[in-house]
Design a binder for this molecule. Structure first.
Ligand code: LMR
Length: 326
């Protein structure tokens, strides 16, 4: 009898300790072997090393749990605690983050780095506070490339073609500016849409193009580097601010540390995945001349003005300034 009582007490104690462990569910939509996928796994590893017995992390990649729209609701409901949608997907909650979608705004990923680390970029992290969301940090994926089944060398080549786009009005306007027809579609639907001809083309980064095999169903890629796909690590503000301070601070430190690794890795992955696409022999990667690129820029840049009131002139100017290294 005494033995039984001790056993029951031990069981109760362990259940009690399990209850105290904070569980963080991290949901995202890309493959594991991409910058975001690798970053999520590294985050789990470091958290479970440094906050052992206090925090556990569960990762759900490939939109297994939610797509990028649903995950925002899930954050508020407490069904997941972390998500990392691309910066193109927050328009419902703030118009300011649309700055990241403006075509040809950032000359390369280093300019994006400077802007995100600077005062304006940091302020944007809290731009969704009134909806209950908190941006914790940014992670890179990389520069976007255009593709279609016809060679896209100059803007008129895109005229009349249907392009899959993310849920972004800026990207919509960008394609309308070249006479194309943009279609907002979930990431999980892109391969099929390209394969069945629902759309003729798309834009994405090398890691997404490679990991989701878009190159199998597109005849030509044009290296335009005309925009970026980057991520906001986002959480439920109330949940985050309610965490014990020591744990919250450590988690934030880890996210930033992992972000540095992801950003470094993202450039290597982009290079490697670009080469894999070329070596596959399934598609043709076109390099554009300076004159051809200038034509895309001229055609798409009016979009900046179109969204200036929504985003804020000062935000666009700050981003543009960061093209020059300080
Ligand atoms: C897309 O929808 O194409 C991207 O946002 C996917 C991603 O998360 O990189």
């Amino acid at each position: 009898m005494k033995f039984l009582t001790v056993c029951l007490a031990l069981l109760a104690l362990s259940a009690c300790q399990d209850d105290k462990i904070i569980k963080i569910k991290f949901s995202h939509i890309v493959a594991d072997n991409t910058p975001k996928g690798i970053g999520a796994k590294r985050f789990k590893q470091l958290v479970e090393e440094r906050l052992k017995g206090k925090v556990v992390v569960e990762i759900y990649p490939n939109a297994q749990l939610y797509d990028d729209n649903k995950v925002m609701e899930a954050l508020l409901l407490g069904d997941v605690q972390l998500a990392a949608p691309s910066l193109a997907k927050f328009k419902k909650y703030t118009k300011k983050l649309q700055v990241f979608d403006l075509p040809f705004l950032f000359k390369d990923i280093h300019a994006v780095d400077r802007f995100q680390a600077g005062e304006v970029g940091q302020k944007l992290l809290t731009s969704m506070d009134k909806y209950g969301y908190l941006g914790l940090t940014y992670w890179h994926n990389g520069m976007k490339q255009l593709s279609a089944n016809t060679a896209l060398r100059i803007p008129t080549d895109a005229k009349g073609l249907k392009f899959r786009i993310q849920q972004s009005d800026v990207i919509q306007a960008q394609f309308q500016a070249v006479g194309a027809s943009p279609q907002k579609l979930a990431y999980t639907e892109v391969y099929n849409a390209l394969q069945t001809g629902v759309v003729d083309g798309q834009e994405n980064t090398w890691s997404n193009i490679r990991s989701k095999k878009f190159y199998e169903v597109q005849k030509y890629f044009s290296e335009t580097n005309h925009g970026i796909i980057d991520y906001l690590i986002v959480t439920n503000a109330k949940f985050w601010r309610g965490l014990p301070a020591d744990i919250r601070i450590e988690l934030e430190k880890i996210l930033v540390e992992v972000g540095k690794e992801v950003n470094q890795l993202a450039q290597e992955i982009a290079k490697k995945d670009r080469q894999t696409v070329i070596d596959s022999g399934r598609t043709k990667v076109l390099q554009l001349t300076a004159d051809e690129l200038a034509q895309w820029r001229t055609a798409m840049q009016p979009v900046w003005k179109q969204f200036e009131d929504d985003i804020g002139k000062e935000v666009i100017e700050a981003a543009n300034k960061d093209n020059v290294s300080r």
